[in-house]
Design a protein around this ligand. Sequence first.
Ligand SMILES: NC(=O)c1ccc[n+]([C@@H]2O[C@H](COP(=O)([O-])OP(=O)(O)OC[C@H]3O[C@@H](n4cnc5c(N)ncnc54)[C@H](O)[C@@H]3O)[C@@H](O)[C@H]2O)c1
Ligand SMILES: O=C(O)C(=O)C[C@]1(C(=O)O)C=C[C@@H](O)C=C1
Length: 363
Amino acid sequence: MVKIAIFGVGLMGGSLALCFKGKPDLYVVGHSTRESSVRKYLERGVVDSATTSLREAAEDADFIFLCGPVGSLESTLKQLAEVKLKPGCIITDVGSTKSSVNACARSLDLGEAIFIGGHPMAGSERSGVEAASLYLYENAFYVLTPNGTTPPEAVEKLKELLVHTKANIVIVDPDEHDDIVGAISHLPHMIAVALTNQVRRYNDNNELYSQLAAGGFRDITRIASSDPSMWRDILVDNRDVLLRLIEDWNEGIEEFARMLKAGDLEGIGEAFRTSGEFRNSLPERRKGVIHAIYECYVDVPDTPGVIGRIATELGNRHINLSNMQIIESREDVPGILRLSFRKQDDLDQAVIALGELQYSVHF
Ligand SMILES: NC(=O)c1ccc[n+]([C@@H]2O[C@H](COP(=O)([O-])OP(=O)(O)OC[C@H]3O[C@@H](n4cnc5c(N)ncnc54)[C@H](O)[C@@H]3O)[C@@H](O)[C@H]2O)c1
Ligand SMILES: O=C(O)C(=O)C[C@]1(C(=O)O)C=C[C@@H](O)C=C1
């Protein structure tokens, strides 16, 4: 039996646990320092067993996944260095930054255990085991950051286990990872939060701001609802990269200000053209390299029960809907419903069904 210990069974750890649990020869143990969390993991059935004892979870584990906040990783690694781990045990993490955790692991004597940094490029603004999903990692990129001293067979062993996540594994240098992920994930989170707070301040004096906020504002600010303590840790850990990126961001915004002052229609148009070209070249139906979501938009009349009817019709046809969201600008006008699916096939079938039901569908 291969024993997998998961430290911190939240959104990421719980989703990993769901991918491994019940698979032949795999046994999943969850760890939390809190008794109440251990009970929750067991009640929700995401792990085979759970414990508050770090030693009990770790000592005969073949794989250890550190799935706590970035700020907890070094301390957990140090505690693991005090335990006699199984020879060949692979310790990995899912933290959103990679340089500091790699440096910490290299500075510790982990015996015959091997550390390989990891970062699945999938997630959401939700957190906790309640948000965990068997499908979170499907089709997502999953970064591993071994270094020159990591035995290649250990990387292969971890990759073999991660097959259960259905993610695409990519090997990236830790510093390069932090530069790239700083730009495509950490900076966007800061921008979303700053923008949301800017509008929140205007809204304090005039609630029309939030009432009129439609698709554009909602799309760009979804991640402003992310977990504050998780993001504090990430941003502070990647501080140097982010300070550089903020300088570049300020330059981009300054350039807009310059073009507006000069009435530079061509320059503004060119900025939208180049951004549109790049945005449209991102892998089809994926949010960046984040997670595979297949989506369509449906015009819905403002009549009672219409949303329930659409959900029921799709359910009757065994089409699996993963999410539905109403995007409306005013209460009294027809709205738009965003339907999300995990599989292309479900989306295709939904489009056919909605067409038959005379709904207008857009992408
Ligand atoms: N949420 C995302 O979109 C996302 C995506 C990729 C990677 N990550 C990374 O994954 C990790 C976990 O994020 P999540 O979204 O699953 O968060 P989460 O809040 O859902 O889960 C975190 C888990 O860690 C435990 N925990 C909290 N404080 C701890 C501590 N001091 N020591 C040990 N465990 C502790 C919590 O009890 C919980 O089980 C973070 O390092 C984050 O940077 C998150
Ligand atoms: O989709 C989201 O909500 C996320 O925030 C996921 C996201 C990101 O894309 O920024 C967040 C943090 C990660 O480390 C990786 C992925």
